[in-house]
Design a protein around this ligand. Structure first.
Ligand code: CAA
Length: 283
């Protein structure tokens, strides 16, 4: 059955970005969040980015209207009852994700595919929490979703070939490039990115260079669009730490041990841009 109606669960930065690109690609989209405030912020974020796209002449006013016309706010998971695909983008906590998937498994039609935007939690375990493990898959978008080209499509051990193909085809319609990844800690993106960020934190921790200079080396010396510490603040230091913990625990190698300075910042509540302070100060 063709994918036509999509629900995105979680209206944060990632969820709203995913909902936006799906609506732009012509899908009927429900953006769901049980928190009304988060939901209205997510809808306004999309409205603002679409208005900017019109301003920059990347989109006409008519295309913007058509996109917003395909987008509806939803505050109950029961709205998944007639969806062909649900993409979950809630907090990176296995208990919360498992609970959402169990509910969706009850509500969504039999044919529906359930996808998770998790950045590092095991897809195979999420599959196993449902009665349709062959129809569960990982769709890992990159932040900011409307700008970044990549989607990691992660196959759980039980994911069927047909479901994998439907999602890979959908990524083409979303104007994204997908890569096929097997379920392993950190997948590919974070297996490579997070140890680099962690090493950048160690470089500061050991007094090799300042935060600004570490970022300058990677920006000007390697042509990265952001230095690793600016990027860590952008992603969220709590997210970086939790992904390093997944790598450390899942792969069992001391080379993945999180830097004590990263832990200290997270304990202090210095989580990066979202809290106003991380390696840099934002207020
Ligand atoms: N949402 C939507 N669009 C955004 C945006 C956002 N949050 N931030 C920037 N943009 C758009 C801007 O609108 C701008 O386009 P216009 O000016 O034409 O409107 C364009 O992107 C470029 O933005 P800027 O000129 O402000 O800044 P920039 O040139 O530095 O680009 C960037 C911003 C695209 C974020 C760039 O710095 C970049 O690519 N940074 C690295 C991002 C990255 O590595 N992302 C992956 C993170 S890891 C991850 O997501 C996985 C995980 O699991 C942790």
């Amino acid at each position: 059955m063709a994918i036509q109606k999509v629900m995105v669960v979680g209206a944060g930065q990632m969820g709203s970005g995913i909902a936006q690109v799906c609506a732009q690609a012509g899908y009927d989209v429900l953006l769901n969040d049980m928190n009304e405030d988060a939901l209205s912020k997510g809808m306004s974020r999309i409205e603002g980015l679409l208005a900017r796209a019109v301003e920059k002449e990347r989109m006409t006013e008519e295309e913007k209207q058509a996109t917003t016309g395909r987008l509806t706010a939803s505050s109950t998971l029961n709205d998944a009852k007639d969806c062909d695909l649900v993409i979950e983008a809630v907090v990176e906590n296995m208990d919360v994700k498992t609970s959402v998937f169990k509910q969706l498994d009850e509500i969504a039609p039999k044919h529906a595919i359930l996808a998770s935007n998790t950045s590092s939690l095991p897809i195979t375990d999420i599959c196993a929490a449902t009665n349709r493990p062959d129809q569960v898959i990982g769709m890992h978008f990159m932040n900011p979703v409307p700008v970044m080209q990549l989607v990691e499509v992660i196959r759980g051990l039980q994911t069927s070939d047909d479901v994998y193909q439907q999602i890979a085809d959908m990524c083409v319609k979303l104007n994204k490039t997908s890569v096929e990844v097997n379920d392993f800690p950190g997948f590919v993106a974070n297996r490579i990115l997070m140890p680099m960020i962690n090493e950048a934190v160690y470089t500061v921790y050991e007094g090799v260079a300042s935060v600004e200079d570490v970022d300058a080396v990677m920006k000007l010396g390697m042509n990265h669009p952001m230095g690793p510490l600016t990027l860590a603040d952008f992603i969220g230091l709590d997210t970086c730490l939790s992904i390093m913990e997944v790598l450390h625990e899942g792969l069992g190698d001391s080379k993945y041990r999180p830097c004590p300075l990263l832990r200290k910042y997270v304990s202090a509540g210095w989580l990066g841009r979202k809290s106003g302070r991380g390696f840099y100060q934002y207020e």
